[in-house]
Design a protein around this ligand. Sequence first.
Ligand code: NAD
Ligand code: 0WE
Length: 255
Amino acid sequence: MTLLQGKTALIFGVANDHSIAWGIAKSFHAHGARLEFSYAGEVLEKRVRPLAGSVGATFVESCDVSRDEDIAALFEKVGRDLGTIDVLVHSIGFANRDELSGPYYNTSRAGFHTAMDISVYSFTALARASLPYMNPGGALLTLTYYGSEKVTPNYNVMGVAKAALEATVRYLAYDLGKRRIRVNAISAGPVKTLAARGIAGFGDMLKSHAERAPLGRNVEVSEVGDAALFLASDLSTGVTGEVIFVDCGYNIMGF
Ligand code: NAD
Ligand code: 0WE
């Protein structure tokens, strides 16, 4: 099947081959999409370029989403080099490491701002900047986590940020529906990516998640990729403003 034949996707958030964004890129590639990439900064360039090249990307541009001038410059290049796009994937989240342990009430003002800026506002900023280049029938996607709804110890300010991100999905879906652009989020179960590495107790979390989930295992990035393929393609033309769980069913359990 070639669900994304003739469509161009711009993907934000590949750091390495473990990234959820890379799982999404591979699913899109298998379905004929033209793929282009933006990465966070020069240190990642040597990792992202070869990956991007392996799926035929020609547009591989740096953009720190906390900088308005980076976002403006990136979309100028999009207009010049790509013309229009059909799909934008936002797979970006960040909080300062010291905010991801200890009690939530210790969140600093600056730490709160950073988490909200990079993990939430950036989706709004990218949505707005992409609009002149988004084709009708297009789709915006972001990644969230269950810690937005229920307390996950230590997820802290990221849980608050993901709650705001999920609300952002609904407001953007309302705004962009009239342009026939859909906006959705995937709430992925825990995956051992760069953003999860070094988080105290993450290994134990993965183990108990697998034990409690109805499917008795953890999610693969390829499964997140295939759900993203559905949301990016014309299979989901009636779906917007949604948060779809791809977590092996973990979220449905009460006990
Ligand atoms: P990852 O580290 O591979 O991806 C996070 C990306 O965010 C990186 O590519 C990083 O470069 C980018 N980023 C951070 N600050 C940035 C900035 N200022 N400008 C541009 N890019 C920036 O980890 P991942 O787990 O693939 O995370 C992707 C998304 O999935 C995040 O939104 C994360 O919250 C979400 N998520 C992760 C899990 C998990 O368990 N790993 C579960 C559910 C949701
Ligand atoms: O969204 C995420 C990752 C969020 C994240 C992780 C880091 C680690 C490195 C954001 N910022 C940073 N900053 C760093 O410096 N997840 C859903 C994965 C995750 O992270 C957790 C989790 C889970 C699950 C943190 C604490 C508790 C659970």
